[in-house]
Design a protein around this ligand. Structure first.
Ligand code: NCD
Length: 302
């Protein structure tokens, strides 16, 4: 079925996910992306409306649009008329009146993407929604894991860190689980997820406990912008129990390391780990361009 919006990983069947991953893999080379330029989406106009900070998601959507011949314009939420009291609905109608085909939206408020999709004639593509969803991140994670391990099915992935406030934890867990991965998690109590989808998942109490089990350690940043003031974490204890240190990397050279970025070096990971062959973090970024191209093609090709 034709898809108008991409609001959640739940909008995609396993068949949809696999076909997006196949499409993404066609533009990847072993160390980068094919130097292609297509005109497939020529005439399509995208607006990236970002009400939260971003490096990778913004640049990779812009790169994906460019490689497909679509135009993209960046709209920075902070400093816009929203700060003068304009409603989000009015901002969206203003953007829509300029003739955009799709809005790629990042916003801190859970549920806002589907609210907008209910009245917008533009395709709404979720580029990050509070602590709820980040569907293209989930696709790029699945794509990277599939390339690294040959298949997602049967791979053991441990998600470590701030799952409670992480949209990535929710969307990536959903996609990897539906593709047959065995997903577990590890988090201090204050950052452990309390929603239903994690209730039946295996939980490890420390990095040292999970490393002999895992094929992949998926690290998460502590989402300080979403943390309530009551949560106080001891940095030494965090490092001891949850950080992927150089020492651990040397002991477990076959365990791959993933992270959605941005990385907080010295907190969840040691800086030299970023240069090790077992570290897939920069490869994830490349897959981010490839899967976003696949998503734009799926939603906007006519
Ligand atoms: C993540 C995000 O914004 O949700 N980053 C990303 O999109 N690559 C994760 C994070 O901010 O920690």
């Amino acid at each position: 079925m034709a898809l108008q919006h991409l609001l959640s990983t739940r909008d995609l069947s396993v068949k949809d996910i696999n076909s997006l991953l196949d499409d993404a893999s066609s533009v990847l080379t072993p160390d980068g992306l094919h130097p292609m330029q297509s005109h497939e989406l020529r005439g399509k106009r995208l607006v990236l409306a970002f009400f939260e900070a971003s490096t990778r998601t913004r640049l990779s959507f812009e790169t994906a649009a460019d490689r497909l011949g679509a135009s993209s314009i960046f709209f920075q939420g902070s400093g816009s008329s929203v700060e003068k009291g304009e409603t989000m609905r009015e901002t969206i109608f203003t953007i829509q009146s300029m003739g955009f085909d799709a809005i790629i939206l990042r916003h801190a408020h859970n549920g806002i993407h589907s609210e907008i999709a209910a009245y917008s004639t533009m395709s709404v593509i979720n580029a990050g929604e509070g602590s709820a969803q980040h569907p293209t991140q989930a696709l790029l994670d699945a794509s990277t894991l599939r390339e690294f391990a040959g298949d997602v099915s049967g791979r053991r992935v441990a998600i470590v860190g701030d799952l409670r406030h992480s949209r990535v934890a929710r969307s990536t867990t959903d996609v990897l689980t539906r593709l047959g991965a065995d997903v577990a998690y590890c988090a201090p109590d204050a950052l452990a997820p309390n929603d239903e989808m994690f209730s039946t998942m295996q939980r490890f109490s420390s990095m040292d406990e999970l490393l002999p089990w895992a094929n992949v350690v998926y690290l998460l940043r502590i989402q300080r912008e979403r943390l309530s003031d009551e949560i106080i974490l001891d940095p030494d204890d965090y490092r001891l129990r949850y950080s992927f240190t150089m020492e651990r990397a040397r002991t477990f050279p076959n365990v791959a390391v993933m992270h959605p970025g941005p990385v907080n070096v010295g907190v969840e990971i040691d800086e030299p780990v970023l240069d090790l062959p077992q570290c897939l973090i920069h490869r994830q970024v490349t897959h981010g361009v490839a899967v976003r191209m696949a998503v734009l093609r799926k939603l906007l090709s006519t």
